[in-house]
Design a protein around this ligand. Sequence first.
Ligand SMILES: *[C@@H]1O[C@H](CO)[C@@H](O)[C@H](O)[C@H]1NC(C)=O
Length: 187
Amino acid sequence: MNSSIFFLALILAITLALAIADPDQDLVKAVHQGDIPALKAALQAGANVNKRGSGGQTALMAATLSGQTEVVTYLLDNTSANPRIPEKDGYTPMHGCCFQGRADVCKVLIAHGINPREKHTDGYEPAFRAVWGKTPHHAETLRVMLTMGKVPLDARGPNGESLQDVAMLNPLTKRMLQTHEINTDEL
Ligand SMILES: *[C@@H]1O[C@H](CO)[C@@H](O)[C@H](O)[C@H]1NC(C)=O
């Protein structure tokens, strides 16, 4: 091949590769797939760990909502991920783990010093979102919030409602709150 054509083709290929490379997009994909080496590579390639993706969530929030405990741990231990950045509707990761019933993620967040009682602008603290959930995972999440998170049983919502007042939908949660049946040995 003519060497100047080869050279031009090479320049073109490099330009194209640079134009297509999108570390932020790679980061979103890596979180979605729970792929920590890919996540690390995206960050090394310049991805912004605190940027909110198209869904309005940071990497940490996305990993929290989907219950990717290892990714959450990695982001908090090894990157500058900011756990206070809310998603587009103002929910922080602490609210997200309660909302989705991700007990293990709640444990990791609390262990990293994140306030388990930070209020959303709607006046509710995260534990209420675990109480509203209907699954056994939500009951387990509430257990974590009450024990490790030290949320008092008499925590109140913005209208004076207690956790027990709103525990209608989940028999497991209801029983836990009624009997104060909280086994800290399980944590
Ligand atoms: C995260 O950082 C710790 C040291 O702070 C290190 O031991 C660990 O290997 C790192 N994890 C990853 C996945 O790089």
